[in-house]
Design a binder for this molecule. Sequence first.
Ligand code: 5AD
Ligand code: SF4
Length: 456
Amino acid sequence: MNFDETDGQKPLARMTYWQKTFGCQMNENDAERVAGMLEMAGALPVSTLEEADIAIFLTCCVREKADERLMGQVASLKNIPPAHGDKRIVCVGGCIGQRDGEKLQQQLKHVDVVFGTHNLGHLVRLIERRMQTGTAVAETIESNDGFSSELPLHRDKPWHAWVPIMTGCNNFCTYCIVPYVRGREASRPIEDIERELNGLAAQGVKELTLLGQNVNSYGRDLYGYPRFADVLNIAGTCGVERVRFVTSHPKDLLPETIEAMAAHPTIMPQLHLPLQSGSDRILSAMNRKYDTARYRSLIATLREKIPDISLSTDIIVGFPGETEKDFQATYDLVKEVSYGQVFTFIYSKRAGTPAAEMDDPATHEEIQDRFDRLVALVQEQAHAENAKELGATVPVLVEGTSKRDERFLAGKSPKNQTVHAPLPAGATIDEYLGRIVNVKVDETKTWYLRGQLVDA
Ligand code: 5AD
Ligand code: SF4
């Protein structure tokens, strides 16, 4: 992606910035790039909006709720004056920026800069233009001019790196807005990925997450080769201790990918494999291009090759035309697979997608009732999966303290479970951040494991 270099000038010197990120890991990665670019241009991060000269929102439009939340938050900014100066520069980027462009400034008149998903690298120039001309700016472009990995970076957690390997999506699931705001699939050259991975290992990064809307179709736009399994083989041997990846599509998950996962102990025994629905009729209406037989066979292969794998998934409840029978099929399949984590969503109509034109005879109450039943199952299941760890010693990558009790460190197990353990007397969390420590689990809950630090 083109980055507007500033020739050593610091156009945002003495300015402060604050940003808020909605949505998926792509936006979290983009937020680290925004921080990198703004700081290179001289701006300093602040922890509250009130102190900020520049406010940046990285937005998501995958469901209506995120849309509404953004609108509410940005609208309320009008009433929050900046602590210094007389005007705060409000910037809205990401998926809503890409979708709405300058229309957003008609709805929210105090938005100064709108940018999209493909021109993150121009943000500093757009802010500068706003400051020089005093008029609002909106710029979105239709396709990427490279990868955000070429932009400066300020990592949120120094021990963790997001590594985008592909962007965009060609699948056009009928409910999904993503292909319209993130564009077509484009894979990053494997040599660039390899160079970045080796650099991360040299910097002592402990965990990396390979990122893409559909990582399994990596390389399809590069003459079909190399493929995702090649990326996994490089990542698995680059020297970084923990490798994860999101997101996978069941139609594109190949046996060679499962083999690569099984071959490298550094690739964590965890997979997010969105099912969306357990009804073949609904999967077909969703244009998912797999059926439940294919999904079941993938799960069987995964469990055979990686016996301790923890699975997570996404489920949409209330897709147009979903009947109680369709829902029951989803419920039964979720029960059968037994996931460590399930992200449950009520279908949200997105203008411009094919599903938005489909009729739905189900009532709000019926859909809510299905959703509640699924959530109850998912919680039971998460608890049962966690209970399997009782008495085990698990390596935990420490990420901070427990939100409820600062005397407990909190981190992630290889299966991505949250683990808490008391900090030793007199120790501070700073000594532990980004380290992998062993915890013997003595208590298991629905959302986390608890245990004691042990030496081995
Ligand atoms: N309504 C509800 N959920 C959706 N998702 C995507 N689009 C919609 C929608 N219109 C969910 C899918 C996807 C996850 C990221 O968001 O389950 O996997
Ligand atoms: Fe959306 Fe389907 Fe693409 Fe995922 S695969 S981003 S759900 S269109």
